[in-house]
Design a binder for this molecule. Sequence first.
Ligand SMILES: Nc1ncnc2c1ncn2[C@@H]1O[C@H](COP(=O)(O)OP(=O)(O)OP(=O)(O)O)[C@@H](O)[C@H]1O
Ligand SMILES: [Mg+2]
Length: 201
Amino acid sequence: MIIVIANTKGGVAKTTMAVHMAAVLGAQHRTLLVDADPQGSALSWAEEIEKFPAVAVGRARSRGLARDLRSLATDFDYVVVDTPGSRESGIAGQAVSAADLVLVPIAPTAADFADMPKTIELIDDAAVAAPPRILAVLTRVRPGTRSRSDARAALIEHGVEVATTELPLRESIAGAYGGPLAEPALWEALIQEIIRFEVAA
Ligand SMILES: Nc1ncnc2c1ncn2[C@@H]1O[C@H](COP(=O)(O)OP(=O)(O)OP(=O)(O)O)[C@@H](O)[C@H]1O
Ligand SMILES: [Mg+2]
């Protein structure tokens, strides 16, 4: 299964999600983390972690990326792909065209929502014979706030499926960047949702 983490907006927690998901999946399944962002932060983060449980590679060129991901996927149960925030390079589009599932991390803020149509357009433009499932994941959520429930309702209203699991705004997650991972139970919950979907599909 190829899981691509995409959002054309920068700083929405794509890399945070990619590294944590790959690590938690990697503890139980053959997992490959592909850092498709030229910034290379997912790869250098994974390399910082002692005994990172997934294989991590950098692959930040759009040319042939979809084909390469499909071929890499034959040796793994899960391939998790971190993509860059801008769509200029065409990398995210190529990655999405190879995806079985696109996870779109999004914070419940007006700025993130204003940018959402660009991500949907990116996914639509990359449409292939079998379009991937798209699942928005609310991140940096402040539990119990109006912004949280409004954001969920707005996504659903726009026909976007939203994961039940939400990632709260947490110092531990912010502080994990580049170092040891945080909140494994939260990522595990998100993974369980994905696996349930995979079984149902
Ligand atoms: N749940 C959270 N709570 C608090 N801070 C978070 C959370 N998720 C991510 N962050 C912080 O938000 C910042 C941006 O996260 P990250 O680098 O993962 O985003 P990105 O989408 O990959 O950015 P870019 O588009 O630049 O690649 C980081 O400092 C990260 O530690
Ligand atoms: Mg990133």
